[in-house]
Design a protein around this ligand. Sequence first.
Ligand code: ADP
Length: 206
Amino acid sequence: MVASYTQLIAKRYKGRLDADADEFIAYAVDGSNRMQGLIQDLLAYSRAGTNGKPLHEISSESTLNEALRNLRATIEESGTVVTHDLLPAITTNDIQLAQVFQNLIGNAIKYHGAEAPRVHVSATKNGGNEWIFSVRDNGMGISPQYFERIFVLFQRLHGRAEFEGTGIGLAVCKKILERLGGRIWVESQPEKGSTFFFALPGRDPK
Ligand code: ADP
């Protein structure tokens, strides 16, 4: 209600008060929009991993496609090319896996480099019977000193003036993956792109 009414005031009264009023109303609109975004992200964080649905066998490729459908507007606007290898069937929670793909691919697009964003998703099984998924981008990259910090709630490497964000997305991924018995990490070099990896337990087919 706060967000919609400040927007309504901005729309109806623009140019009818004075310049200061227009400016203050614009701050109020911006602040309430950010508060809304922050509340939505915090709810996603608090719910991450608590969706009590039993794990079942799903196609991780269909789950990726679901995440890509949710990101369609962002992908089209930015001219991003997303490719993927064949992805496995795994026993997990598809809604939470879609959220992980969506956060990682959304970041790959947001933190792009000089070239149009390209994202590649693949998965391989390691010796420990885990599936290791990777989401690789050609974006601005990350210095090794921040590899741990970016997964902590509210930690961001950029100010709001540069990139919109709340610093919650990667913390949500970490919480989801740990609840699913997995983990997440990154490999990157500044200006050379980043690859986010996550591991999920592979269960032998019955
Ligand atoms: P937000 O995007 O809201 O800041 P995240 O938790 O998703 O929050 O990411 C935390 C920080 O990690 C970002 O602010 C950004 O600096 C860095 N980051 C995340 N993904 C990437 C990426 N693909 N390339 C470069 N930097 C990234």
